[in-house]
Design a protein around this ligand. Structure first.
Ligand SMILES: Nc1ncnc2c1ncn2[C@@H]1O[C@H](COP(=O)(O)OP(=O)(O)OP(=O)(O)O)[C@@H](O)[C@H]1O
Length: 269
């Protein structure tokens, strides 16, 4: 099997900086000059009502927005100070460094658990020994909090796992390419409370080595998992902006803007 050789030197969490990011779909502006610093090795939660541009912003952070027909963007995204959109940087490199986990778990259902973890590595086409692959699979499943549940059945299909296990398998798959940032778009919205707790524990454990940016509609979850928070809002047909951002404790305990207070206390959205 030809497979990418993982670089086993540990990568370090990187900061992300969005600078005056605007976005359009078919000429319709949905984000207006959004700037946000997402510190390395921390969890930043993006909150706000439906349709205010959180997912669009997240997709801009790993260059997925540009794949949508009719989508445009302006502004800059810096990964540890280096332009993610620099023409010299390959899009696959940007995606390797900034991984993504989606709302609905999307493992390859017929592929084994083992091969699912390694699926992303095939991108670079280098070879790795069997031992290296085994070690990487164990390491990533352990970090994703799934190893003990699947160690005895690594050859079973990924689709045979429960929804929560599938989501942790997707996290393990993302980790195998050693991302420096992990983006999570409502990763628990399709999961039951117990699975949600497991994913939240995983997020907390991972955050020291990979920067995490998570979109969530669950205010308790934002408070449990994040150290920083940004509140997005698109008022009356205007494009989405960040109304307020800062340490999560302050955003929930002493918001400066009345609209933030109304939202975090469940008065709208
Ligand atoms: N592929 C697309 N084509 C056209 N418009 C889009 C597309 N994706 C998103 N939009 C529009 O962009 C705006 C922002 O959508 P986005 O999904 O980023 O918001 P969101 O805050 O993540 O919403 P939610 O919380 O419901 O997921 C919305 O008005 C949406 O209709």
């Amino acid at each position: 099997m030809t497979i990418a050789a993982p670089d086993l030197t540990m990568t370090t969490a990187a900061s992300l900086d969005a600078r005056a990011v605007s976005a359009w779909f078919s000429g319709h502006k949905v984000l207006d000059r959004v700037s946000l610093h997402m510190p390395a090795g921390r969890v930043t939660a993006l909150i706000g009502p439906s349709g205010c541009g959180k997912s669009t912003f997240l997709r801009i952070l790993n260059r997925m927005h540009e794949l949508v027909a009719g989508a445009e963007l302006a502004g800059e995204v810096l990964l540890d100070g280096v332009d993610l959109y620099d023409s010299a940087r390959r899009i696959t490199d940007a995606r390797r460094q900034v991984g993504m986990v989606f709302q609905k778990p999307n493992p390859f259902p017929a592929m084994s658990i083992y091969d699912n973890v390694l699926a992303g590595l095939k991108l670079t086409g280098r070879r790795a020994s069997r031992q290296t692959r085994d070690d990487l699979v164990e390491e990533c499943l352990t970090k994703a909090g799934l190893w003990h549940e699947v160690a005895g059945r690594l050859r079973s299909p990924g689709g045979a796992l429960s929804g929560g296990q599938q989501q942790r398998l997707c996290i393990a798959r993302s980790l195998a390419v050693r991302p420096r940032v992990l983006l999570m778009d409502e990763p628990c919205s399709a999961l039951d409370p117990t699975s949600t707790r497991r994913i939240e524990e995983t997020i907390t454990e991972l955050s020291a080595e990979v920067t995490i940016v998570i979109v969530t509609h669950n205010m308790q979850q934002a408070q449990r998992v994040s150290q920083y928070c940004a509140f997005f809002l698109a008022e009356q047909g205007t494009p989405g902006v960040i109304v307020e951002h800062g340490p999560t404790e302050a955003m929930f305990g002493a918001p400066r803007d009345r609209r933030t207070a109304d939202y975090v206390h469940g008065r709208f959205g």
